[in-house]
Design a protein around this ligand. Structure first.
Ligand SMILES: [Mn+2]
Length: 348
């Protein structure tokens, strides 16, 4: 019998990954990097929306492992008074353990998905990623560049400083940071690209412009369209297509209508479609090494606001791990035939 549906198998994963991809999920219920409480409830609200099952539902080719939530002890015996850095002691304690955990998850061969938590956790996740993979590029999707130092920040909230702390170009602009000797500024801003910026402090703008940082603000997204922006961003930070990619996705990059339940919502952001497209493209590179999804705050807004925000977060994550809006063909490409009983009248 002629079967029009039998041909070679086509699988989204196999095109991209040489081995079976694995995702290691780590909740980081930490909210002390910002003023507004509730981001520590982010990981459990995202899990409750069925994240694990929905990731597993992408296909047999994705292995999903949940490492639970990160725990840490506050480091004892050091004087950690640093001006204009709120909750500094907790930040350094949490991030030291987080960096080690991310490093070990990556060394076990998994792509690490960190569920925040506020954005200060990027200190630990990016540090751990660089330790494990050395050559790392960062795609930072956020309304804010998070490039402040304790001298330039108005608020002293450390979730506005993670890249400021991590990058080598700004290391001279920090005082000695007690208890942070484990963290060397090992990332170059040349390996960072921003998408979605629309709330940029004056000194952050100065750094971005003076150092020629790859930054696609919302007006650039309007001018070029998201497709070109993604290609240009990836080309800028990964020209040889050989680096491990770190996606640090702050849910406030999305428009505040799509993701209202976050501490510092800014109108006029990315649509969910644009966010999903970025992550589908990153998946297609086959080089996603780690991803943060941060600043979901289920304490903010109505029940519907929270549902919408969490659902947006889940859609972004699914896209990053291989879910395709256009669908994926089955492994067995033989379309099942109906043999008995006949359900449609036979032509005589
Ligand atoms: Mn952020």
């Amino acid at each position: 019998m002629l079967n029009i549906f039998s041909s070679g198998s086509r699988c989204a994963f196999r095109r991209c990954f040489s081995t079976k991809p694995k995702v290691g999920i780590l909740g980081v219920p930490f909210g002390k990097g910002g003023e507004i409480t509730g981001a520590h409830n982010g990981p459990d609200s995202i899990r409750k929306a069925g994240l694990i099952d929905r990731l597993a539902g992408i296909g047999d080719d994705l292995e999903v492992k949940d490492y639970g939530n990160l725990e840490y002890d506050v480091i004892q015996g050091i004087d950690t008074t640093v001006p204009n850095m709120k909750n500094y002691h907790d930040i350094i304690s949490c991030n030291q353990v987080l960096s080690q955990k991310v490093e070990s998850i990556l060394k076990e061969g998994q792509v690490c998905l960190a569920l925040g938590g506020d954005h200060s956790i990027a200190i630990g996740t990016i540090d751990g990623h660089v330790r494990a993979k050395k050559d790392v590029s960062v795609l930072y999707i956020d309304a804010h560049p998070d490039l402040n130092t304790n001298k330039t920040s108005d608020s002293g909230n450390i979730h506005g400083m993670p890249l400021g702390i991590l990058v080598s170009e700004l290391s001279d602009y920090w005082p000695y940071l007690p208890g942070m000797d484990w963290q060397k500024p090992i990332l170059s801003l040349r390996n960072v690209a921003y998408i979605g910026l629309r709330s940029v402090d004056p000194y952050e703008r100065l750094i971005i412009d003076k150092l020629g940082v790859t930054a696609y603000d919302m007006d650039d997204v309007e001018e070029h369209g998201i497709s070109s922006v993604i290609s240009m961003a990836l080309k800028a930070i990964d020209p040889e297509e050989n680096r491990s990619i770190h996606v640090s996705f702050d849910i406030d990059a999305l428009d505040s209508l799509v993701a209202p339940s976050t501490g510092y919502p800014i109108p006029g952001g990315l649509t969910l479609r644009e966010g999903v497209q970025i992550l589908e493209k990153v998946f297609d590179t086959g080089r996603l090494g780690a991803m943060d999804l941060v600043e979901v705050n289920p304490n903010i807004g109505s029940k519907e606001d929270v549902r919408r925000t969490v659902e947006a977060a889940v859609h972004l994550i699914l896209a990053a791990f291989g879910n395709k809006r256009r669908g994926v063909r089955p492994k067995n490409e033989t379309l099942p035939l109906q043999t008995f009983p006949p359900t449609r009248p036979q032509i005589a």
